[in-house]
Write a protein that binds this ligand. Structure first.
Ligand SMILES: Nc1ncnc2c1ncn2[C@@H]1O[C@H](COP(=O)(O)OP(=O)(O)OP(=O)(O)O)[C@@H](O)[C@H]1O
Ligand SMILES: [Mg+2]
Length: 268
């Protein structure tokens, strides 16, 4: 065992000997990061709903809120397995970084046993793992206590279907957070037709006290109504020049029809 590994193990044992600090609420975890949660953020942080959808404007604070949820479960509901799923490596790193900022702001109240660029394992038995949707080891997880799907409208449907069962036995909480991305995919489906089992929160840019009306007017003039409605007004928009509806295009795809040419036959 290396000296570094020994030091980590010693730190973990030392933390176990110390009397545990009184657990914080998720709202208090968010406050430790130096911000006062908006009323909607507080509702989300205090919610016990097993399934939540946050349909929120760009920059409204959805990642910050769920990072506090993740860190709260990791620290104060041990042993928890928390998965943060994002469409890309960059977004996974970003969400994980927000979690780690909170961890440090709280003074690392539980010793880390493993700490990498995308994973934190603590001496209390909890694990927090951030994964991009292309990651092959995603399907290997089970018994997940909290599953966050950041930018969920851009996560492939097949992946969503394959991660949902990870909550089956644990009864863990599922949170989808995103801006919209067309009238297609599981995010749109769960929002519009997912039924009463979801707690839904919709926050447009006008609801966010940190985004000024003047800035929004400027942004609308710059990016145009279509993008503005999607990014800031939480509107599920179809492409302006689209001949067919999204759901008709989706319905035209089939897994049961073999391709006319095998992919390798198409190589030059
Ligand atoms: N309650 C709050 N008080 C003060 N600042 C906040 C609050 N909530 C979020 N912020 C700040 O607002 C900015 C945007 O937050 P965040 O990245 O969580 O938003 P987002 O909705 O995930 O944005 P994006 O759509 O770009 O992913 C960050 O700088 C964050 O620190
Ligand atoms: Mg975000």
């Amino acid at each position: 065992m290396t000296l570094q590994a020994l030091e980590k193990r010693a730190a973990a044992l030392w933390h176990r000997l110390e009397p545990p600090a009184a657990p914080l609420t998720a709202v208090e975890v968010a406050r430790a990061g130096g911000l006062e949660p908006d009323p909607w953020q507080r509702r989300v942080l205090e919610s016990e709903a097993p399934q939540m959808i946050l349909l929120c404007s760009r920059q409204s604070g959805k990642s910050t809120t769920t990072a506090a949820l993740a860190m709260h479960a990791t620290l104060y509901r041990p042993p928890s397995l928390v998965l943060c799923l994002s469409p890309s490596q960059r977004q996974s790193v970003e969400l994980y970084r927000k979690c780690m900022q909170l961890f440090r702001a709280l003074g690392e109240p539980v010793a880390p046993v493993i700490q990498t660029r995308l994973e934190l394992e603590l001496a209390n038995g909890s694990r927090l793992v951030a994964l991009p949707s292309g990651e092959s080891k995603i399907r290997g997880f089970s018994g997940v206590d909290l599953l966050l799907c950041d930018e969920a409208s851009r996560i492939p449907d097949a992946l969503y279907q394959s991660v949902r069962p990870m909550l089956a036995v644990s009864g863990g909480q599922l949170v989808l957070l995103s801006t919209p991305f067309g009238k297609r995919g599981f995010f749109h489906h769960e929002w519009t037709e997912g039924g009463a089992s979801w707690e839904r929160t919709k926050i447009t840019a006008h609801d966010c006290p940190r985004i000024s009306a003047a800035w929004l007017a400027q942004e609308r003039a710059t990016i145009g109504d279509w993008w503005f409605s999607q990014e800031y007004l939480c509107s599920f928009e179809e492409a302006e020049d689209q001949l067919f509806h999204d759901h008709d295009i989706d319905a035209a795809f089939s897994d049961t029809i073999a391709p006319l040419w095998a992919p390798e036959a198409m190589q030059p």
